[in-house]
Design a protein around this ligand. Structure first.
Ligand code: ZN
Length: 96
């Protein structure tokens, strides 16, 4: 696989393996690749999420589920990508 957003070859796979192939928030698995989630303020890549958590977390995914909301808060405070790989920037550019 070539570079995925700001992740170099192999880094996506390492992150995927760290998360056991599961969404970092809901623990769900998907047949397709998980989305690369990043902070929209800083561009910092946080980790891999399923499409539902990445795009519709508050709108739909977690509305009635406090466990998922707690997982989401933990994920935002201590995201897996910087822990594993250091700072990676969405699109590959460090905005600083
Ligand atoms: Zn999810």
């Amino acid at each position: 696989m070539t570079a995925t957003y700001g992740l170099a070859t192999g880094e996506y796979g390492a992150l995927f393996a760290l998360q056991n192939g599961k969404c970092a928030i809901c623990g769900g698995t998907r047949k397709t690749n998980l989305d690369v989630d990043h902070c929209h303020k800083t561009g910092l890549i946080r980790g891999l999420l399923c499409a539902r958590c990445n795009r519709q977390l508050i709108a739909r995914g977690a509305r009635d589920n406090p466990t998922i909301l707690r997982n989401a808060a933990d994920y935002l405070e201590n995201p897996p990508c910087p822990r594993l790989l250091g700072e990676r920037w969405y699109g590959g550019n460090n905005p600083r």
